[in-house]
Design a binder for this molecule. Sequence first.
Ligand code: NAD
Length: 354
Amino acid sequence: MKLDINIEKNAAKYEVIIKNGLIQNLSEEIKNVYSGKKIAVLTDENIFELYCSKLESSLNEQFDVSFIIIKTGENSKTLSVLEFVYAKLSEYNIQRSDLIIAFGGGVVGDLTGFAASTYLRGIDYIQVPTSLIAQTDSCIGGKTAVNLAEGKNLAGSFYHPKAVLIDTDFLLTLSDKYIKDGMGEIIKYACIKDLSLFQFLMNIKSKHELFENIEKIVHTCLSIKKQLIEFDEKDKGIRMLLNFGHTIGHAIEKYYSFQITHGEAVAAGMLIITKNSERIGYTEIGTYEKLKAISDNFNIQCNLDNYNKKEIKKYILSDKKNLNNNINLILLKKIGESFIHNVPVNAVDEFITP
Ligand SMILES: NC(=O)c1ccc[n+]([C@@H]2O[C@H](COP(=O)([O-])OP(=O)(O)OC[C@H]3O[C@@H](n4cnc5c(N)ncnc54)[C@H](O)[C@@H]3O)[C@@H](O)[C@H]2O)c1
């Protein structure tokens, strides 16, 4: 399956290829967008161990490949790891005409994108996403970032890859925890834009069935994201719909010291805001129940014991997306239809009661 991304006013144009077993033809796909020899592959320890030999045998005949390996996990999305990446790029004598590949999950993708956008004032890069979140979400749209002590994704840029190459077979080695995380985001896409995806997901009864349909699901999610980012690259309008569940979700992650995973926190955020928007009258009655049923179908629940509304609100208000004492909440009209609801910060309380 293919998808063409064409960001408004030709700011960027690239192709997304989604295919199981694509790793075997990686060199051919890369050659469609890159005519040089030298490639730096950035990956994490975990993925390197799982896929290093497969990747080497796929690339080594055609390219001169060097690896930059970072520690696994969110703690690698920092300025100090970025500095390590710059040092490695310099050690390998990577020039502006060379290529970087982000080979991994969202952490590797965000870090590589930022390194590529800044090293030598910009080098081309390709995304080869390996986690469900990376394949359905972070691999397109061009948001790159590292975290600062003051908060997540606070230093970054918009910098698009030259191509996105997705092999869904990588997902076979992903742990259930991260599958669940990805499912939180997939449910989000269905809620904001696609009733038929929602119904399709409701009928999936096993992991086997999920994986049988994963190419189609990845393609559907990226098609939804494509529609939003092509017209709103910089997140000033409709792209914000992608934040459904995230305003409360991010606050939950922080309040529970990241003991609740991102997907679970987003699912909780979607449920909480929908319960309240339904009560207030913005959302069709019964939407919350449907959302609860789909979360249960994928066993995405989290324990919100000791949820403290005041503290959650504090985290919500420290979010970088707040402007002039107002906040954009994403609400559902019904499943498959969403809208941006701008409220003054003092009105946030009525949307965050669990
Ligand atoms: N740029 C964007 O638009 C965007 C969108 C969503 C999320 N993000 C970012 O993405 C990050 C979360 O992404 P993530 O969940 O992929 O995190 P991650 O990169 O930490 O990957 C999660 C875990 O899965 C492992 N993994 C990845 N692929 C694997 C595979 N095929 N087999 C076995 N294990 C594998 C990783 O080693 C890691 O342990 C966050 O930093 C978030 O901010 C960015």
